[in-house]
Design a binder for this molecule. Structure first.
Ligand SMILES: Nc1ncnc2c1ncn2[C@@H]1O[C@H](COP(=O)(O)OP(=O)(O)OP(=O)(O)O)[C@@H](O)[C@H]1O
Length: 254
């Protein structure tokens, strides 16, 4: 039996007349770290939004943990929300809340745990992403971009999700910060068995931590394979991406 955590079949997405996805299929297996790449405007974020329920598909089905999104009961929707963590591109932190309150917010919303337990759990998550206790009382505006991403990740992990969505997690980080963030995600996946769906433009990330890479082009997923397999692809966009100058530089360094 397949152990798919995400199953997208025949997805059609449109804005007015404009078709973004047409008959798109994608499966994400349990425990997999999947990179999602594609040209600018190819529909990666729209795909993410369709999977997490921020965009209603115009056709096809999206299943999470075996449940069709279109047929969820309220209880199932809440259960899926609890089992899913999301790190948006800009971190999407609450600017008026401190680091610890940001990380605690999903616990406050989704559990009835006592305050001190919530605090302890939030502190654990903050430590897990490599931030020091001194950061607890800082506000998002007082943090560097890399720290903000870590806080966003700690918040995404607050409810111990099985499935984590990341939208360009290393964008805006310097190469050393990005490398450290990659290592952290891989380690979390290995230690906690997390399934990761990660949109990225970062070739270093793809080579360093993904099990498979899905390529969005021509309104569908044109390939889902390892980076080594994609290097052999005949698809023009994939060839340019992996075998162009940037791809060559990354492979040389690897
Ligand atoms: N709310 C919206 N209304 C109309 N068009 C939209 C909307 N959201 C996205 N689009 C269009 O859908 C297409 C896909 O957008 P999407 O953000 O998914 O691209 P992307 O692959 O994530 O790009 P990038 O790598 O540049 O972030 C784009 O052409 C965009 O203009």
């Amino acid at each position: 039996m397949s152990d798919a955590v995400v199953e997208v079949s025949g997805l059609r997405s449109q804005f007015g007349e404009r078709v973004i996805h047409d008959d798109l299929d994608l499966t994400v297996e349990r425990g997999e770290v999947l990179g999602v790449v594609g040209g600018s405007g190819s529909g990666k974020t729209v795909l993410l939004n369709s999977i997490i329920g921020l965009k209603e598909p115009e056709g096809g089905t999206v299943k999470l943990f075996g449940h069709d999104r279109a047929e969820l009961t309220k209880a199932q929707a809440a259960d899926i929300e609890r089992r899913t963590g999301i790190l948006f591109q800009q971190g999407a932190l609450f600017s008026s809340l401190s680091v610890i309150d940001n990380v605690a917010s999903p616990l406050v919303e989704h559990t009835r745990l006592p305050k001190d337990v919530i605090r302890e759990l939030a502190e654990m998550k903050i430590a897990m992403v490599g931030l020091k206790p001194e950061s607890h009382h800082l506000k998002p505006a007082e943090l560097s971009g890399g720290m903000r991403k870590r806080v966003g990740l700690a918040r995404a992990l607050a409810l111990d999700p099985e499935l984590l969505f990341l939208d360009e997690p290393t964008a805006g980080l310097d190469p050393i910060g990005a490398g450290a963030f990659d290592d952290l995600i891989r380690q979390l996946s290995d230690d906690l068995g997390l399934t990761v769906f990660m949109i990225t433009h970062d070739l270093d990330t793809l080579y360093a931590i993904t099990d498979k890479v899905a390529v969005v082009a021509d309104k569908r997923i044109v390939a889902k394979a390892t980076v080594q397999e994609l290097e052999q692809s005949d698809h023009p966009w994939i060839r340019e991406y992996f075998l162009g100058p940037r791809g060559r530089a990354v492979r040389k360094a690897a």
